[in-house]
Design a protein around this ligand. Sequence first.
Ligand code: GLN
Ligand code: ZN
Length: 764
Amino acid sequence: MVTTHNLGFPRIGARRELKFALESYWKGASSHEQLQKVGVEQRARCWHNQAALDLVPVGDFSFYDHVLDMSCTLGNLPARVRGLHDNMLDNYFRVARGRSAADVQDHASSCSSVAAGEMTKWFDTNYHYIVPEFDAETGFNLDSSRLVDQLAEAKAAGVTAKPVIIGPITYLALGKAKDGSDKLALLPRLLPVYASLLSVLAAQGAEWVQVDEPILVTELDPAWQQAFLDAYQILNRGVVKLLLATYFGQLRENLPLVGLLPVQGVHIDAINARDEVRHLIAASPPERVISLGVVNGRNIWKTDLQATLDWLEPLSVHLDDRLWLAPSCSLLHVPIDLAVEQKMDAEIRSWLAFAIQKLEEIQLLATALNIGRAAIATELAANRSALISRRTSTRVNNAAVKAAVVAITPDIGRRHSSFTVRAAKQATLLHLPVYPTTTIGSFPQTREIRQARSQFKAGNISEAAYKKAMRHEIEHCIREQEKLGLDVLVHGEAERNDMVEYFGEQLEGYVFTQGGWVQSYGSRCVKPPILFGDISRPKAMTVEWFSYAASLTNHPMKGMLTGPVTLLNWSFVRDDQPRSITSYQLALAIREEVLDLEKAGARIIQIDEAALREGLPLRKSQWHDYLRWAVESFRITANGVRDATQIHTHMCYSEFNDILAAIADMDADVITIETSRSDMELLDAFQTFSYPNQIGPGVYDIHSPNIPSEPQVITLVKKAAERIPAERLWVNPDCGLKTRQWSEVIPALTNMVNAAHVLRAKGT
Ligand code: GLN
Ligand code: ZN
């Protein structure tokens, strides 16, 4: 018999119950007990949704982040929160967000708000975790209470629990040694705590423990490979069976290592690493459980049940009871329930599966393997017709778009002249001073803007009334920028709720969910749009707003677009063609918009590639291929314009060291990046690699309510000028201003513009 299980379930709630409970607690509007109660209810709901599985994950629920949970379990919260009173959960939130509910309620204790832990992306997902902090002195202390309590709850709920923890090597690898010390040196201190934890879990009745070691799908130094061998030798003490879980990619050179580890089971991502499954089985001891992640936990498409069974049946015969089935990874990265999407186009909806539907697929596959395909004949037929409908739908396939991608030639991604020639032509036309000032695009999304949008969407105001309201906002935004004395203006993006959604809604080939929330970090969720078909642009998307804005002023107005790679990386995309093809389709559609903007008189066009870096594969050996088509996509989008048209791009980071050549290859005339927090140190990369074009390193940290002073801005620009020639520098904020208040933006930009004036006067 095949065993079914799951690696993790979305915890935020189908109606984002956890989000609202957390935010209410943080505001001081609800009690600790009320929050704990929501936690209990949420877990019960998660288990209820998974009740058909043989083994249900326990410990995947989190009030903020599962990596931070592990830090608590291991007694590794940063020293800065340790002496603080209140309950454990408040200290946990202090690490997560810099403050707890208690700090808000009791102003006298404001001294207890602390620096929040650093947050970074969980592998190549859009989920962010709190980075564990280490130094040479770090010690560990077991606190198993969270897992013990939840195991008791699970038992009461009548499910067979499989506790889930992050494995010791991945835990160390994901953390940061604040003093630069060797993290692996901590392993001898860490392992006894893990060993005790496993004993506690066994004492609670757990037969299996899922130990997540996704770091195994990345390139590991020999010392880290050896650490795996040492660690699992110690952890394998026979008290409990270990299911080593790997996901998000292939094992490659780590496969023999996984073969050798003394664990009773291994989970492998059979979506990304299907070709490795047979090798893994061959490399494993004969009694080892092999768990196959056969349903994609990273996208929202239905699984091809028949094809999966064709592949699984011989393996099932071979493995027999040793075969387990699961999604490829935790379902944290997909929305919970498709049943919520009652307004979605029925045809498209029939192609999709969210978390609950994915678990149903696992159950169906297991039934077919256990008692034969005939037992699920009806479901198989329905699955088959859904797949055929998707494959053949005219909504998915647009011959003209496919032909256009095939017809792409290298020259369409190339500017006519070199940067130097272009820069001279642009300078004559634009008449910009040295240290030109600009912003990244959006201005505050005020309550009035949001209200107008939601009223329009609800049908309470007419399109004409909505447009009038937006034009009013645009005019206000332009007048403010004129008063501030900025050199290059923007229209302010009032009409955009989100930089991907805005374009997705106007492109053919995209669909939107009503409730497809996915946790991004803490209480924050995003609703990634679904890119289901060939992409085309029925009509211009931004020209009307741009033209209106440009008509109001004599200053240069930047056209403002989202780039193809960012649209791709922030959406659920097709699995029926390579990402590169989808990216090229997006590129061709946005290229048309670029050319329309140029025709409408735009002399500067910014194409945001906020998420270009996010798409980098987990393995460095695969970076080259990604960067090749990602950069080419940008070039196709941007480079059809005349020499005199200035192309800007913007990226929300500046860790460029390893991809600078690719960034330079995009050949944007100006690139704006996020640097203010790093005190321009991140620009060091530009010392060794001389970036050829113009750069606007951010001088205003828009993620903070702090207002940069004029001297602070001057210092930052001067530091930048040590690394990049002054004549190629722009002065701008780190990113868009949509999340800030006008009351913050005005003084901050006033200081920024004044600083530029001072620098110009000095001639520095
Ligand atoms: N133009 C966008 C804005 O200003 C860019 C946002 C981003 O890079 N995330 O909001
Ligand atoms: Zn940005």
